[in-house]
Design a protein around this ligand. Structure first.
Ligand SMILES: Nc1ncnc2c1ncn2[C@@H]1O[C@H](COP(=O)(O)OP(=O)(O)OP(=O)(O)O)[C@@H](O)[C@H]1O
Ligand SMILES: [Mg+2]
Length: 394
């Protein structure tokens, strides 16, 4: 295999020593637009992003496209142009405006940057990307590979998507394997606080097989997500791209007026007995109990993408809320990954009384079923399952 050429590929102005824009600055510049990610590399992100951009443009909208990091410019293009060129042809931008940060070797961005002797910064990439084109233009951003592709220094493409604050569309294959890859991507996206607007399967054949039809339905049901399809685009021509995306529900995805609310990072609860509560939250709720540095001992409870900071015996936390957290005052709900009967059986196995339920409720992801129980101090806890519907939307 050919060794990737080790040469810097940052064109135009090089990546300056970075002034890190704060999250607040980044969010203030938030724009109308979409972030197109995929379940893998080569799954149709560029074709989908270019088709969305071309369709918006064909109906008279101003559109800018961006590829925050482009790798593999050393490789000759196959039958379709490189990402920057296809996106640029759909929006009439210059390819270097679409993708100002570029590297020759066809490798992950973290490695490409390392080989070029530079480093990538999420804040810098987000600020650059949000500054692409006219501020009023709708921004269509193509991700790099999938969501957990590393950018370096512990950051991933998912962090970049979150910093951009755009709704997310997931490009996925149509055939065997796509259910697993797509559900994994949805889990990773949601755990990272991304707002997934849809999954798009493509290239969708004129006569889909039973497997392909079933894949679309199964992803919609298990992923609790809107599933659309993008047909086979005959050529990279902007008219052909626009025609392929004409019937996609772009306005729904762009969600006029929706703002990018920051994801919740942690909440504070209080407990009266470390040992008892650590065991309860570990075994019954399923958190990872982490000891925080310092004396006297204190603990944090980690969940997927969010944390409970725990106030307990021996601590004198400062500052605190006007009414400080006290044992027994919390009222928290945890998403149960399966049918609600499983949650009730799990509680029974641990000798925890179900106080109410299963009852229909409406949670952050839609209709759900819940069971209620209490922690050792009497805080009200809830397991919520999205597996079988629940209350109608408020
Ligand atoms: N809807 C489609 N119609 C026609 N061809 C498609 C379609 N989607 C994908 N392809 C084909 O698959 C190839 C890979 O798609 P694409 O370049 O969009 O993938 P990608 O996810 O952007 O890859 P990368 O991770 O390299 O950026 C295209 O060059 C094209 O040949
Ligand atoms: Mg691409």
């Amino acid at each position: 295999m050919r060794e990737p050429a080790v040469r810097a590929g940052v064109s135009g102005d090089t990546l300056r020593p970075l002034r890190e824009p704060s999250v607040r600055e980044t969010r203030e510049t938030a724009r109308r637009g979409l972030f197109v990610t995929g379940t893998d590399t080569g799954v149709g992100k560029t074709v989908l992003a270019a088709a969305i951009a071309a369709a918006l443009r064909a109906r008279g909208e101003r559109v800018a496209a961006a590829k925050p990091v482009l790798t593999g410019t050393d490789e000759p293009p196959d039958t379709w142009p490189h990402d920057d060129e296809l996106l640029a042809s759909a929006t009439s931008q210059a390819p270097t405006e679409v993708a100002p940060v570029r590297f020759g070797p066809p490798v992950s961005p973290h490695l490409a940057a390392e080989l070029a002797g530079t480093r990538l910064s999420v804040a810098e990439l987000a600020a650059r990307t949000l500054a692409t084109g006219d501020g009023d233009a709708t921004l269509v951003v193509e991700g790099i590979g999938g969501l957990l592709v590393p950018l370096g220094a512990g950051a991933s493409v998912r962090d970049l998507a979150r910093a951009l604050g755009l709704g997310v569309v997931v490009a996925a294959r149509t055939g065997l394997g796509t259910i697993n890859h797509t559900l994994l991507t949805l889990e990773a996206a949601r755990a990272g606080g991304l707002d997934v607007r849809a999954v798009v399967l493509g290239p969708w054949p004129r006569g889909p097989s039973a497997l392909e039809r079933s894949n679309a339905a199964t992803i919609a049901e298990l992923g609790r997500v809107a599933v659309a399809t993008l047909g086979e685009v005959a050529s990279p021509d902007p008219d052909a791209l626009a025609a392929a995306a004409r019937d996609l529900p772009l306005d729904d995805w762009l969600g006029a007026g929706r703002t990018a609310a920051p994801p919740l990072d942690h909440l504070v609860i209080a407990v009266s007995d470390w040992e008892r509560s650590n065991a309860f939250y570990r075994e019954v709720v399923g958190v990872e109990v982490r000891r925080a540095p310092g004396d006297p001992p204190r603990f944090r409870y980690r969940l997927a993408g969010v944390q409970l900071n725990v106030h307990g015996p021996g601590m004198d936390p400062q500052p605190v809320a006007r009414i400080p957290a006290a044992p027994g005052m919390a009222d928290l709900c945890f998403a149960w990954p399966g049918p609600i009967e499983g949650a009730a059986a799990h509680l029974r196995r641990h000798g925890v009384a179900v106080e109410e339920g299963p009852v229909p409720r409406y949670g952050a992801r839609g209709p759900a079923q819940s069971v209620y129980f209490r922690d050792p101090d009497g805080s009200l806890l809830e397991f919520m399952s999205y597996a079988a519907g629940g209350e109608p939307a408020p």
